[in-house]
Design a protein around this ligand. Structure first.
Ligand code: ADP
Ligand code: MG
Length: 289
């Protein structure tokens, strides 16, 4: 187990990381996922956008192996997801539920972060080294002795992210990771996601109705899910070329894009909210002259 943790096996750095082909899922009579097909490559960042009830959380749960496809096929690292044991799933996928407190039950942040690694049988010295490593990357080193229940929303989100990444899974799934965060904290959290994506080989799938994330992750591949179907796939430029896609799918325009539009500027990936606010300030001063 130590060897598995130290030098990643070929499976742990597999590519593609996940595939779904014509995936259908239902809880009751009605299908809530209808013919989803997608390939997720190593290091890829995928943003699954959609209004409430469109099937985002259900889709992540299928990728995490929590729900089994009713029709169609899903695989992780080339292996049929329905054939994977709980230990295989724990090793291959880091899954973060939309409520960061839901799975927290340890009395110390350190124990919370190391929980999965301990369950996978990894030895204590490796665990300590890895906790310190991921806590440094996520800027939560000062929180390790704290109770998880004393944390702020932003801190709790970074702690659950650390617990999901402790064993460096090839796939990280984040459900509504910015819920409850204001714009500044959202940006800080998404900057961490960008950093993780650059530093680790992990592919990251984020399910969200928060379109502000789009401008914060300009490299991401975007998917829009509506009523269980993928209704759009493309890059940030593709989606902004087609702005009616937001209203058509009950989504709001990203704040930065809307602000740019109101200033008569076309948003592109070099645009920064601070630049826009400076421009706004310049215009205000011109008016007040
Ligand atoms: N455990 C469940 N049992 C029955 N229906 C569910 C359950 N979870 C979700 N649903 C239904 O499935 C659909 C998709 O839900 P969900 O995947 O949570 O969407 P989203 O995450 O996009 O808000 C919704 O109509 C929702 O009411
Ligand atoms: Mg959801």
């Amino acid at each position: 187990m130590l060897a598995l943790f130290k030098s990643r096996s070929s499976e742990d750095s597999c590519d593609p990381v996940a595939r779904v082909d014509d995936l259908w899922f239902r809880y009751g009579e009605e299908y809530v996922l209808k013919g989803i097909s997608l390939q997720i490559r190593k290091r890829e960042l995928v943003l699954v956008l959609g209004p409430n009830g469109s099937g985002k959380s259900t889709f992540l749960k299928v990728l995490a192996g929590i729900l089994k496809p009713v029709r169609g096929y899903a695989s992780l690292c080339g292996r049929d997801i329905t054939s994977l044991s709980d230990a295989d799933l724990a090793r291959l996928v880091g899954y973060v539920h939309q409520n960061p407190w839901l799975y927290m039950f340890n009395s110390k942040v350190f124990d919370e972060i190391s929980f999965v690694a301990r369950n996978l049988g990894i030895d204590n010295s490796t665990i300590t080294k890895n906790v310190l490593d991921i806590a440094t990357k996520l800027d939560i080193i000062d929180l390790l002795d704290r109770s998880p229940f004393s944390l702020s929303e932003g801190e709790a989100r970074r702690v659950v992210l650390a617990s999901a990444l402790i064993h460096k899974p090839p796939l990280l799934l984040l459900d509504e990771p910015t819920a409850g965060l204001d714009y500044g904290l959202k940006k800080r959290f998404i900057d961490i996601i960008n950093k993780i994506n650059n530093l680790l080989e992990t592919a990251i799938v984020i399910a969200t109705h928060d379109t502000d994330i789009i401008t914060m992750l300009p490299k991401a591949k975007l998917l829009i899910l509506n009523e269980g179907r993928i209704v759009f796939r493309g890059s940030i430029e593709d989606v902004l070329d087609n702005p009616s896609i937001f209203t058509k799918n009950n989504l709001v325009m990203p704040t930065e894009v809307e602000l740019a539009q109101r200033l008569g500027i076309r948003w592109d990936r070099a645009t920064d909210l601070d630049d826009l606010l400076l421009e706004l300030d310049r215009l205000r001063k011109t008016l007040c002259r």
